[in-house]
Design a protein around this ligand. Structure first.
Ligand code: SAM
Length: 264
């Protein structure tokens, strides 16, 4: 099946600003992506036209669709660039709702500073085009479960009545998500580390499960090693990946190709 020019469940070697022009308006359910930010890493020397990427994203996402934008800051001469905030404010100005500002906390953090605390997180901005059409909350087990005497009623005499009640066995996650990074953390795919800036598979999966349903269309316009596409495929979502570097597009295609397609 094609969406505009692009066949679903494929990865394309293309500048996403150009590539997204060939996707129809309101054709994408979910975007999970991470841009190249600042000059933290050298992505084979490609430039990044943020404003046009953001504009195209707003156009191609369906009403009620979500864009998850994973981004951190560089520290230049002791000053945080706050590129993360600048991106966020721009998305809001474009018309997205800033549905949530989530934290991607890294369990193992390589960067140390001698005069500040070790930075251990990036932002995961969750932008919604209108009211989100899908939310499948991820749950975690509560510390205590089973039956317990619970406060039932506090009358004007101030005396608590207690009755046996069932405690909740699970609760919705908070918006700080913690992941191990590196080999065995982000992924077990050695091939993925030919890319210098991957995010964890579980991070991509957790957003895909939260904000989309089976058969939905997930786009990663800057797919790098193909993490989002791989996790979409493993979770029965359709995907389109775009990547400006031929080398990374090839890497992503190979990596995602190792996964048995769940849909067909
Ligand atoms: C932070 S990395 C993404 C990593 C990815 N999330 C993963 O887990 O492998 C950003 C990627 O955007 C790509 N990129 C930069 N500008 C682009 C553009 N205009 N169109 C498509 N891809 C672009 C870079 O080559 C790089 O691979």
């Amino acid at each position: 099946m094609y969406i505009g020019k692009y066949e679903l469940n494929s990865i394309y070697n293309v500048d996403c600003v150009e590539g997204m022009k060939h996707l129809p308006d309101q054709s994408i359910d979910l975007v999970v992506t991470s841009p190249p930010y600042d000059d933290l890493r050298d992505y084979n020397g490609y430039t990044f036209d943020f404003k046009h990427v953001a504009q195209e994203l707003f156009r191609v996402i369906k009403i009620g669709g979500i864009a998850v934008w994973v981004v951190g800051d560089k520290i230049k001469n002791g000053d945080r660039t706050l590129i993360s905030f600048r991106h966020c404010l721009h998305f809001q100005e474009l018309g997205f709702n800033v549905h949530d500002v989530m934290i991607y906390k890294k369990k193992n953090t390589p960067f140390m500073r001698s005069n500040a605390y070790t930075n251990c997180y990036e932002f995961m901005f969750v932008f919604a085009k209108g009211k989100p059409k899908t939310f499948n909350p991820l749950k975690t087990k509560t510390a205590r479960s089973g039956a317990e005497k619970l406060v039932y009623n506090k009358k004007s005499d101030g005396i608590n009545k207690k009755v046996m009640g069932l405690l909740n066995e699970e609760k919705t996650l908070t918006n700080i998500w913690e992941y191990a990074v590196g080999l065995g953390g982000s992924t077990n795919d050695k091939i993925a580390f030919q890319h210098t800036a991957i995010f964890p598979e579980k991070l991509a999966q957790d957003h895909i499960l939260s904000w989309s349903n089976e058969n939905d269309i997930v786009l990663d316009p800057m797919c790098g090693s193909g993490t989002t596409c791989k996790m979409a495929r493993m979770n029965k979502r359709n995907y389109i990946g775009m990547e400006i570097s031929a080398e990374y597009a090839q890497l992503a295609t190979e990596r995602v190709g190792l996964v048995e397609p769940q849909l067909f």
